[in-house]
Write a protein that binds this ligand. Structure first.
Ligand code: IPE
Ligand code: IPE
Ligand code: MG
Length: 238
């Protein structure tokens, strides 16, 4: 579908509800995280088909360290487990992998799997699937401020562009850094420290669907809702 719809260049997804999805089936929470990987795969493939350029998926927040150690360990092991299966699919689909987030604290083996996936898909020219791993929007702004101060730039030279250029999303083309659309699954209606600076004018779409159930139809619905929004950016309608 999606004939006359507006397709965002950058979509951010807060993939929430894995634990509740597992609980409904009487399974441990980690079962939901595993199923969530399949949802990432099908959503990325379909997003690229629709013409999305950059898909940022929130995989682990700086706050998620407060979860039980076993669950944290399991989430950190997912990139390692999925590397072998995921990379051939991404290469077939021409999708590239990237990561944003604080590398410090992420286990070496996890980083290695993500780095290897980025490296092995670097020659692809299609959509970028960007994992926000150990990511926090406020921490990202703090790091940007540190870099700006260390650069010795004079205060009157600092603009919004300066900040944007020092955030982790500066690795992406300027036009794509700020997501036009952010989707959050599982019925929660908050941003939970996701793309704090970049989301200033994002359209937010919330769905009750739990992340492991998210599919092509869910993405169509979210984009269709986005398409119907009147984005005025503080102006008035012509
Ligand atoms: C999202 O699902 C995945 C991560 C935060 C890593 P949750 O694990 O938050 O699932 P719920 O919200 O407890 O159902
Ligand atoms: C947000 O989900 C983080 C990720 C999806 C990775 P959480 O489930 O951790 O967020 P809260 O606790 O509902 O804010
Ligand atoms: Mg949650």
């Amino acid at each position: 579908m999606i004939g006359e719809l507006k397709i965002p260049a950058h979509i951010g997804i807060i993939m929430d509800g894995n634990g509740r999805w597992a609980k409904v089936q009487g399974k441990p929470r980690v079962f939901g995280h595993k199923a969530g990987m399949d949802a990432i795969e099908r959503t990325a493939i379909y997003a690229q088909k629709l013409g999305v350029k950059l898909l940022t998926v929130y995989a682990f927040s700086t706050e998620n360290w407060s979860r039980p150690l076993d669950e944290v360990k399991f989430i950190m092991s997912l990139p390692i487990d999925f590397y072998g299966r995921f990379v051939p699919v991404l290469n077939k689909e021409n999708i590239q992998i990237r990561m944003i987030g604080n590398r410090e604290g992420v286990p070496k083996a996890t980083l290695k799997a993500i780095d290897k996936a980025a490296e092995d898909t670097a020659a692809n020219t299609g959509m970028i699937l960007n994992f926000a791993m150990n990511y926090g929007g406020r921490a990202e702004v703090v790091e940007a401020v540190k870099k700006i101060v260390a650069s010795g730039i004079s205060p009157d030279q600092i603009s919004e562009e300066t900040i944007s250029d020092h955030l982790e999303t500066a690795i992406f083309p300027k036009d794509w850094r700020d997501p036009e659309l952010i989707i959050r699954t599982s019925g929660e209606m908050r941003l939970s420290n996701f793309l704090t600076w970049q989301s200033a004018y994002s359209e937010l779409v919330f769905t009750d669907t739990l992340w492991p159930d998210f599919d092509e139809i869910s993405l169509d619905q979210a984009i269709s809702e986005y398409s119907g929004r009147d984005r005025r950016f503080g102006g008035v309608k012509a």
